[in-house]
Design a protein around this ligand. Structure first.
Ligand code: NAD
Length: 433
């Protein structure tokens, strides 16, 4: 497993769980050391439970030596990052190039190199050439693509029981190898779809485009509800009974963030432009814009709750991770709102059950507290921005005792509004009267 971040570390541990001997490689020595000592360098439920036994049995190990991994593996999964390029929409695929360049010269026997990262369509074809050119064994080192659909917070479960497996291959041998690798999952009736490179790459980005569109659709309805005095939570519930629409990803709120959806839809637009079909994806600009507008709306609601300005006002922010059950703060809507409020003069205190260390590193200027209650002490408004279960379980009557003003804004439409109102709170939410 080349690259042991959220995707690679999880995939490494799960492959060991499926019975394989696995070596994980990363260029970040701290990550390697943490994983080798059984500690996940990020929060992912169930991951450490897999690391410990498989490290102990020797079936799983981590190293910084790509040479070691090249000598060891028959199948090499590439799981490195593909972030958004600075100042552009396009994806930065340089880490893939670097991974192939580092690995290839040490590949001296037939093997399969399998890309799992999310990439612009056409990347696999380009990397296949690069691999054939640079591999010590030449074309005996073959490339395949196998996009990953795991969700942070459910990554272990999603890897051991995925909805589907998609592989882009150029030969029957590559397909046969991947069928062998995933035999335990195929036997468990996980659909296994075999495509060409380009289709496999597009499955992943179009899935993310669809999901982000669904979220932005309901958030656009929330904007209309706000203007019309309607309630988007009732609207989405009523829509969800239509089986053609469905209820998943139809919760209006602060919108999406994280290390995938935002950068993936932008990279998809950039790639469509290069392919001369930018018009096909111009709607994703709107999807992105609707999503970002929710953050501004949240700041507006908070400012209103503070009497029209943030100066001298204390604002409690519940949540820093981009979603619950994760400590990932990449493009986190919660922290984006927290930072905007602070820039406008508010005194912000953030609490998150898991993402405090990451948040402190990226936003050292914000205030932090060790609990939701501590964050809310003396607050003029409480903002609920990441829907952790812990926040739903807060007793509004108890919290009411320690705030300066009983004002809460639910940015995730996840709190029980009648309960909060009954405890004397002014309760506001995105998309609701
Ligand atoms: P990440 O930043 O957590 O992990 C990437 C890792 O690759 C880092 O640890 C980095 O040090 C390492 N790395 C970079 N260059 C390397 C090299 N040359 N050799 C070895 N290691 C190297 O990113 P992530 O969230 O795991 O995402 C990885 C890819 O998977 C991205 O393309 C992402 O879009 C995709 N993906 C992510 C998720 C998710 O939920 N995180 C889900 C599906 C797909």
């Amino acid at each position: 497993m080349i690259g042991t971040g959220y995707l690679g570390a999880t995939h490494a541990a799960c492959m060991a769980e499926l019975g394989y001997e696995v070596v994980g490689v990363d260029v970040d020595p701290d990550k390697v050391a943490a994983l080798q000592s059984g500690r996940a360098p990020f929060y992912e439920p169930g991951l450490e439970d897999l690391l410990a036994p498989h490290l102990a049995s020797g079936r799983l190990r981590f190293t910084a030596s790509v040479e070691d991994a090249a000598a060891f593996g028959d199948v090499h999964f590439i799981c490195v990052g593909t972030p958004q390029r600075k100042g552009e929409f396009a994806a930065d695929t340089r880490y893939l190039d670097e991974a192939v360049d580092a690995l290839a010269p040490h590949l001296d026997r037939p093997c399969l190199v399998v890309g799992k990262s999310t990439v612009p369509v056409g990347t696999a074809a380009r990397l296949a050439e690069r691999l054939a050119e640079k591999a010590a064994c030449g074309s005996a080192a073959e490339l395949a693509w196998n996009p990953e659909f795991l969700r942070e917070g459910h990554a272990v479960q999603d890897t051991l029981k995925p909805d589907r497996l998609v592989v882009g291959v150029r030969s029957e041998a590559a397909e046969a190898r991947l069928r062998e690798v995933y035999a335990p999952l195929i036997d468990a009736e996980v659909p296994f779809l075999v495509t060409d490179f380009a289709t496999s790459e597009l499955v992943k980005v179009s899935a993310n485009a669809f999901l982000s569109t669904k979220i932005s659709f309901i958030n656009a309805m929330a904007e209309v509800c706000e203007a019309a005095g309607a309630d988007v939570t009732q609207l989405s519930r009523a829509l969800s009974y239509d089986p053609r629409i469905g209820g998943l990803f139809l919760n209006a709120g602060l919108g999406f963030g994280g290390g995938c959806l935002p950068k993936d839809i932008r990279a998809f637009m950039a790639r469509a432009g290069e392919l001369g079909v930018d018009q096909a994806l111009t709607f994703l600009r709107e999807v992105d814009a609707i999503n970002m507008r929710r953050r501004f709306k949240m700041v507006d609601l908070a400012r209103e709750a503070c009497g029209g300005g943030f100066l001298g006002r204390r604002v409690a922010v519940l949540g820093a991770a981009f979603k619950p059950e994760s400590d990932d703060i990449r493009d986190s809507p919660a922290l984006n709102v927290a930072a905007q409020v602070q820039l406008q003069g508010g005194e912000v205190t953030v609490y998150d059950p898991k993402a405090m260390d990451n948040a402190r590193k990226m936003y050292p200027g914000l205030g932090y507290a060790e609990s939701a209650f501590e964050a809310a002490r003396g607050a003029h408004v409480v903002l609920h921005l990441t829907e952790w279960r812990e926040f739903r379980e807060i007793d509004p009557a108890e919290l009411a005792e320690i705030v300066a003003e009983r004002a809460i804004i639910d940015g995730r439409n996840a709190l029980d509004s009648p309960r909060w109102r009954a405890a004397g709170w002014t309760f506001r939410a995105l998309g609701r009267p």
